[in-house]
Design a protein around this ligand. Structure first.
Ligand SMILES: [Ca+2]
Length: 220
């Protein structure tokens, strides 16, 4: 594989460009390669992507110390076609226990809300916006979470939808695998999952969005 530009602080970069196989290669340089269970390689956006069909599909990135983060940014580029019937449907999470530990990016069934929740011993906090994601088409969702700056926020493409400050830090579970569609209920095409161990600037979020959607416009 040829050398390529790596975004600063990126610790997980799954672009799902491999045309076959069950390994999702991490391009961050940290070697956090994932394993795909059931999700299908599909052509999407004029390239390879991963389709989760909503039944028995998920992917998993193994435990790594680098995921024990107090400041981070999550970005996902996806097109959600359907979510499960009830409650919170996990799209990206570390082991999560309601009001105990962990974090999750989820959609509220049947498609009414995009929410990032983090739990601590005794409670939970969240940032969210209300939208039927199954009608949104391709979306870039960005979550920024910072214990050092005491805030979290969530972005829809280039628009910040909600901020919370101060925040209560999430409680870390003992191990940190990361699950994609861990609830195995989301039907979506996924083109990118990135996690950074730092907080991106608004300018970086906008630049990423323009880059990704420039590509979408060219390739759809
Ligand atoms: Ca399936």
């Amino acid at each position: 594989m040829s050398p390529f530009w790596r975004p600063r602080g990126c610790v997980l970069w799954l672009d799902f460009l491999e045309p076959s196989g069950n390994v999702a290669y991490d391009k961050s340089g940290y070697g956090n390669h994932g394993t795909i269970y059931g999700a299908r390689r599909v052509r999407t956006l004029g390239r390879w992507g991963l389709e989760f069909d909503g039944i028995d599909d998920h992917a998993k990135v193994p435990d790594s110390d680098v995921f024990n983060m107090s400041d981070f940014t999550i970005q996902v580029l996806l097109n959600v076609k359907a979510v499960g019937d009830t409650g919170w449907q996990l799209f990206l999470n570390i082991p999560f226990s309601f009001k105990t530990y962990g974090w999750m990016l989820a959609f509220t069934a049947p498609g009414t809300e995009v929410i990032f929740v983090w739990a601590y011993d005794g409670g939970y906090e969240y940032v969210h916006w209300r939208e039927d994601v199954t009608k949104a088409g391709w979306l870039l969702i960005t979550v920024r979470y910072s214990e050092s700056e005491e805030f979290a926020d969530i972005w829809r493409n280039t628009e910040k939808k909600m901020e919370r400050s101060p925040i209560t830090p999430y409680a870390r579970p003992s191990t940190f695998p990361i699950y994609i569609d861990g609830g195995q209920t989301i039907n979506a095409d996924v083109a990118l999952v990135r996690i950074y161990k730092r907080v991106l600037t608004p300018r970086e979020i906008k630049a990423n969005c323009e880059y990704f959607f420039g590509r979408v416009r060219r390739e759809m």
